[in-house]
Write a protein of this length. Sequence first.
Length: 409
Amino acid sequence: MSGRVVVVGAGLAGAKTVEALRGGGFDGPLTLFGTETDRPYERPPLSKGYLQGTEERDAAFVHPADWYASHDVDLRTGSTVASLDLTANDVLDAGGTRTGWDHLVLATGSEPRRLDVPGADLDGVVYLRTLGDSDRLRAALVPGLRVVVVGGGWIGLEVAAAARAAGCEVSVLVRDPMPLLGVLGPELATMFADLHRGNGVDLRTRTEVGEVVAAENGTRVGAVALADGTLVDADLVVVGIGAAPRVHLARAAGLTVEDGVVVDAHLRSSHPQVLAVGDIARAAHPLLGTHVRVEHWANALNQPATAAATVLGRDEPYDRLPYFFTDQYDLGMEYVGWVGPHGYDEVVVRGDLAGRELVAFWRREGRVVAGMNVNVWDVVDDVQALIRSGAVVDRERLADPDVPLGELV
């Protein structure tokens, strides 16, 4: 293929896109724009290993520093794209420079949802999205620090675990009856609630934040006021209430946007030369039969190969099942599959739920639609095969650890 490819967004998805293009034989001009000044890095370590102190900072970077130059990638860090022109086929950066393209790949990721209450702009109210955010949070977590985490999703719970490991006093405030309820359902969400309470976290459910209250000096956080008037003392407030896809460039350019940039199974948007990958891509999924947008590391890692194949004219649709993982205290977990809006009929547990060593299966009409292994390893491929098969599985055999998963397909 001849012509120039421009990739907007220098996170994992953008970095893997340029890698896949070069690996796939593309030898034309290749430009990667990144708003941050750091070269591309992965985000899981920011709330997991790096924040917990078990991984070095450099482990987060996708490529060595000299990789981009040695692969003739024009990496423009600290450069924000201000607009896209789908008629002239160029992008305009904040410095006023226009860069033309023959194919454009959007990998702009997502951004944290902001806490919209009085006092949310006080010093000590922080978010975790960038490597710099993780640097500052890691330095701040010292023994005795009173940390309040607002939100009971993956980021919030991982931060809570890291803070407890650092000796902080931790409170987690959750709107729902338990954390992760919308993701896992009550059957497995209870396990995470028990995990955190068992590790000394003051987990408060069915709570609503009314205000962030200043300390006596008037500029820094001193407490979080709940809607019922209860005060939770805080030296630091970490907000983890979800993320929103960064789609303003796509929307302003006239691309179809609906909970992300709408793309086909080859990751092409409503403009055939413009693709989207990672957090912003709401992609048609051949196996699931609907459009799916997934804000997890595996999509950012794996979708770029499909985007590169599409740019290079190859027919390689993206059909991987959604996948994510977490590490909290002594619990390691992997989840694969997609329950979706149709929900599930039941959860079947194979193993020891109380001991947190199990594989759980979400079933609908007798078929497994998602699975999660907790402190049990090397089963993801078998679980994926089971989901992909669409087979009706006997419940008793599914729950029996003595029946190999590979024999259920």
